[in-house]
Ligand binder design. Sequence first.
Ligand code: HEM
Length: 147
Amino acid sequence: MKKSFFMLVVATLILGACKKEEEPQKSLYLRLGGNAAIQAVIDQFIANVAADARINAFFAQAAADPARLKKLRDNLVNQIGEATGGPEKYTGLDMKTAHKGMKITDAHFNALVEDLSLALDKFSVPAMEKTELLTALGGMRADIVGQ
Ligand code: HEM
């Protein structure tokens, strides 16, 4: 009796461990908290950029036009939603076209990433999710810098 109970416990533990291994990793989108969390981060990010003298001049036209700013904000939410595995569809310009002629430097790019990083910190996004998101965006650098 005792032995079969022991075997049952062992079998349960083994099955439990196997099941865990089979469970697919949740998408970055879900780990970030989905659309509502991404919207909150983007709003904070935009506030950080607006206050950042290193790069806010780039956004003067958008800042002066509420409809244009809303479009940029929605584009960013959809872009990040889609890039992290969410159901959103990004319908804006590709990154090369969107930043053509802006002469964005690595320093500008780094400043913007820092503003996003601070927004992620404000919402206590864990280190792993933060690194994954910033790495994904870092992959866009070549299409944005020096265009
Ligand atoms: C990974 C980094 C970046 C991402 C993901 C990103 C994403 C975007 C997106 C989605 C748009 C809208 C495209 C459209 O209108 O269809 C946009 C526009 C724009 N981006 Fe970026 N961008 C990045 C870096 C930068 C940097 C570093 C700067 C300058 C410091 C910059 C300046 C701008 C400006 C000025 C616009 C046009 C805004 C307007 O007036 O409507 N971007 N970007």
